[in-house]
Design a protein around this ligand. Structure first.
Ligand code: HEM
Length: 561
């Protein structure tokens, strides 16, 4: 609420407005309750696992549980992050603080997916539950927050309720889609439709549909009357009260569901599959480069959303009379296609099994896709098409501008720091023992994919953006040479290296396949320097003043009719 929905009228745009400050105070109280209940769940979870009463737990055992066991580590991490959010909320004074704490609180939800039941594709089951929890908490928590803040908002209540209703609609859809997809992944045989799990699911679905109907009524009847002042905020709050009761009941059902096994029989057969949490793909050959796909429930929607937003924005820009060069749109579409392939196709399917495929994915996500995205000028398109909020509240446009104005962004969107960050990140990834935990864990893979793309985009944006001053040209040249030198020396080092990157991980999975992964690493080295050349060349061409005017018109040519 405070970071995305509440109007801002105070002259100091960066300070929390009174209503937002009140919202953050409520958030501090809620996060404190969350942190305490998280700590209690950790204690009970331990006593459940250890079969001993909570009163007999000793510190040493608890530390073991929190550091050595997946369950303890995840529940402990979530409670710890909730504690940080609570502390931050008690101290927050700036809108930026509220924004950061919003992201952190969503992050604190994700370790709770550790309780997700296995499935034919465990990684997808975990990620779907993560998205499910994000949708559920924004939707239900947002409604509760709206009711709590009704009096504080006064005149602004109808407009904020309208704004919440739009976000609630999207969250509800997210809950339905991820819930149903998650259920289908777990109900892997007809017999599992007879069990308690299925009954709980049906009850949940009924509750979800009831809540959907209530939301529809709220939006079509109460909100419209509220906007025309024909109804009071009290009517909204009363109706919302019933909704929140049903939601609370559904939460209870859901936790019971999370603790009920869905399986009549286990789908996972071989050691490889229990190790990877999914079926082992066929040995790679030329055909498999195009034939191997495994839908990634996080990155496939991201690719679709990026493509959808850009094409819609271009159409809007054209309607506003802005001429948007076709090569830019083509660059974006190609970037989205490559992104989809790198995160859902062969590079993603084999990245955990072959170093060469991991490196292929990294070069595409870290260079090829960001260069194409930067050439497509999304920031300029967003500036032309995203509508500013009228009441001082912060929407996507305002948060993009705020992020761009941060000192750290200003420093990083400069050729040399961006190049050093790029080399540092990939250097640590390839040449330290970090790679094993990154490539073998779901959270590690999602984080490294996101970081690779953002760091690559910072570099490409820094090299392709203005100004054309002589110093900038020198800095761009130095940055390009630094990245080129890293790829060449890194590639040679990988080719010559005795030990495998990623510690034991690739050795362990290598046995699964009878493919001597030691022969694959030199190929990874070749890819690290070979595949990097085309995007680096494109960057060099795109850099202003490095190769002349014609390229400039292609890259910078948006003019108004
Ligand atoms: C069509 C409607 C829905 C379906 C099919 C659905 C399905 C699921 C599935 C399959 C899980 C994972 C359980 C497991 O680990 O085995 C889950 C978890 C969860 N769902 Fe839903 N869901 C739906 C609607 C909702 C609604 C409306 C809410 C809340 C208002 C909700 C709250 C939750 C919560 C809190 C969890 C996590 C439970 C835990 O792990 O402790 N879901 N849901």
């Amino acid at each position: 609420m405070a970071s995305l929905m509440l109007p801002h009228r105070a002259p100091d745009r960066t300070a929390l407005d009174p209503a937002a400050a009140k919202a953050v105070l409520f958030a501090a109280a809620a996060a404190s309750v969350w942190a305490v209940s998280g700590a209690i769940v950790v204690t009970f979870a331990y006593s459940n696992v250890a079969g001993s009463s909570p009163s007999s737990i000793n510190g040493g055992d608890m530390v073991q549980f929190l550091t050595r066991f997946d369950l303890g580590r995840s529940l402990g991490l979530s409670a710890f992050l909730a504690l940080i959010v609570a502390t931050g909320c008690w101290m927050a004074t700036r809108t930026l603080h509220a924004g950061i704490l919003t992201l952190l609180s969503l992050l604190a939800l994700l370790p709770l997916t550790v309780t997700a039941h296995g499935a034919s594709n465990h990684e997808a089951a975990v990620n779907l539950l993560g998205l499910h929890l994000i949708g559920v908490t924004i939707w239900t928590g947002g409604l509760a927050a709206l009711v709590v803040l009704r009096k504080t908002l006064g005149e602004d209540f109808p407009s904020v309720a309208q704004r919440y209703s739009r976000i609630a609609g999207v969250s509800y859809l997210l809950v339905l889609v991820t819930g149903i997809a998650g259920a289908l992944l777990r109900l892997n045989s007809a017999s599992s439709l007879e069990g308690t799990y299925a009954i709980l699911l049906i009850a949940k679905t009924a509750a979800a549909l009831l809540l959907g109907a209530a939301g529809w009524y709220q939006r079509r009847r109460i909100l419209t009357r509220l906007a025309s002042r024909a109804a009071s905020g009290r009517a909204f709050a009363l109706f919302a009260g019933y909704e929140i009761l049903i939601m609370a009941f559904t939460f209870g059902l859901s936790v019971a569901l999370g603790r009920t096994s869905p399986f009549a029989d286990s789908a996972i057969q071989t050691a490889a599959e229990s190790f990877l949490g999914a079926a082992l793909p066929p040995e790679p050959d030329a055909l498999q480069w195009l034939a191997q796909w495994r839908v990634d429930v996080v990155w496939a929607p991201v690719a679709a959303l990026l493509l959808g937003w850009y094409l819609r924005a271009v159409r809007k820009a054209r309607r506003q009379g802005l001429v948007w060069p076709i090569p830019r749109t083509a660059a974006w579409v190609l970037g989205c296609a490559l992104f989809l392939w790198a995160t859902n196709g062969a590079p993603a399917v084999y990245a955990r099994l072959l170093p060469s495929m991991f490196v292929t994915g990294q070069v595409i996500l870290g260079l090829a896709v960001p260069v194409l995205f930067a050439l497509a000028r999304p920031a300029s398109l967003a500036r032309h098409t995203l509508v500013p909020r009228p009441d001082g509240s912060l929407g996507i446009r305002e948060w993009l501008i705020c992020t761009a104005r941060l000192t750290v962004t200003g420093k990083l969107v400069h050729p040399l720091p961006a190049a050093l960050l790029y080399v540092g990140f990939h250097g640590v990834l390839y040449f330290t023992s970090l790679l094993g935990p990154v490539v073998s864990s779901n959270a590690g893979r999602i984080t490294s994919t996101g970081a690779t793309l953002i760091i690559g985009y910072l570099l490409s944006h820094a090299l392709l953006s203005y100004p054309p001053s002589p110093d900038a040209v020198k800095a761009k040249l130095a940055a390009l040479l630094t990245v080129l030198a890293f790829h060449i020396t890194g590639g040679i080092a990988l080719t010559a290296r005795e030990s495998l990157i990623g510690g034991d991980w690739y050795l362990l999975v290598g046995d699964l396949w009878n493919i001597p992964v030691t022969t694959d690493q030199p190929i990874a080295g070749l890819i690290l320097w070979g595949a990097a050349l085309p995007p680096l060349l494109a960057l060099a061409i795109g850099c202003r003043n490095l190769v002349g005017t014609s390229a400039r018109n292609l890259v910078h040519g948006a003019t108004t009719r």
